[in-house]
Design a protein around this ligand. Structure first.
Ligand code: ZN
Length: 343
């Protein structure tokens, strides 16, 4: 059986797969800001080339985060079988979140101890990239020729939305439904959990602008923080119950994630609370939201619903009483496209 031969070949590759994973962990591809992306992309590309992949590099041209000091470089390898199709694409992101405090090992040491690989990214998801590469290599070393083709990509910036990464490849047609039959993303969940349903993400930012005045006479001003509070109230009382009542037919896990959700990621407004205070009416307030939408909702309707809610909110009665100009000036959509399904 071909499958048995492949499994046996993969067993012989254990040391190489572990060494490759450790080497990846030793590259602190920390995001933000996106360190060592080029080096890591080249390293993955060189390994793919040794495994008989044709390798391409895709710098995220046109993205503002693609800079000289922190270039955004994606790598894609293709290994053709008897024919190009069907084509399965395996994608992994090679950026990692910052290590943070409290480590008992070097987070970028790639240490192997007690049968485990330790370090930032060992789980999410440099081991996943290694698993993809060495699964394909196991098939090759077993001498099994596939009917179709395998593609493996290593992409950047997943931890910050993936816009210069897999979304860039999708936007430029390098990964698309027209040429890709199957996609597998070996993100960590559990070893026995396969996740085949996802939601989309719409990140947006709302800025309320008020009018500054002396804090002893707030009636001369318009308080942007108060205005934001009214908006949050409305979201809490109107929008969130509506979202919670929507359920996708997709097998998204855990079950709580089958509903549409909206999270308030962060909020800031008025004067910095740790600085030296002066009495002022807050003239601006900014909030970042994270809306996870269902396949059935779609991106356009999701965005339109937010815009509609904001339009109704402009010039709320409480502020109109002051005969001040409405605080809500602008809705900025930081990320106009939905994120592709990655973990
Ligand atoms: Zn991940």
């Amino acid at each position: 059986m071909s499958a048995d031969r492949v499994m046996a070949a993969i067993d012989t590759l254990t040391d190489e797969a572990v060494a490759f994973t450790s080497d990846l962990i030793r590259m602190p591809t920390v995001n933000p800001p996106g360190e060592l992306y080029e080096e890591c992309a080249r390293f993955i590309g060189d390994t793919l080339a040794k495994c008989r992949f044709e390798v391409e590099y895709h710098p995220a041209e046109g993205m503002k985060e693609h800079t000289r000091t922190h270039p955004r470089i994606n790598v894609v390898g293709t290994r053709r079988g008897r024919s190009l199709r069907p084509l399965v694409h395996l994608n992994g992101h090679f950026d990692v979140v910052p290590a943070g405090a409290g480590w008992t090992v070097d987070p970028f040491g790639g240490e192997v101890r007690d049968g485990r690989i330790w370090g930032r990214g060992s789980c999410d998801m440099k081991a996943g990239i290694a698993a993809a590469v060495f699964a394909a290599e196991g098939i090759r070393r077993a001498g099994v020729e596939l009917n179709g083709s395998v593609e493996i990509s290593g992409t950047v910036d997943e931890e910050s939305g993936g816009f210069a990464g897999v979304a860039w490849l999708a936007h430029h047609g390098r990964v698309s439904a027209d040429r890709t039959d199957f996609a597998i993303i070996p993100e960590p969940l559990y070893v026995d959990r396969i996740c085949i349903g996802h939601r989309g993400v719409y990140w947006f930012e709302v800025l309320t602008k008020g009018r500054i005045a002396h804090g002893s006479m707030p009636f001369h001003g318009v308080n942007a923080v108060e205005h934001m509070g009214m908006l949050l109230d409305r979201i809490h009382n109107e929008l969130q119950p509506r979202l919670a009542a929507r359920t996708t037919a997709m097998p998204v896990v855990p079950p709580g994630a089958r509903h549409a959700t909206l999270n308030i990621n962060g909020i800031e407004g008025g004067q910095p609370v740790d600085g030296i205070q002066t009495p002022c009416v807050a003239d601006r307030c900014r909030t970042v939201f994270d809306r996870r939408f269902l396949l059935e909702e779609g991106f356009d309707a999701t965005k339109a619903e937010i815009i509609a809610l904001l339009s109704r909110h402009v010039r709320p009665e409480a502020l109109r009483a002051h005969r001040r100009r409405a605080a809500l000036r602008r809705v900025r959509t930081r990320h106009p496209r939905p994120r592709p399904p990655a973990g």
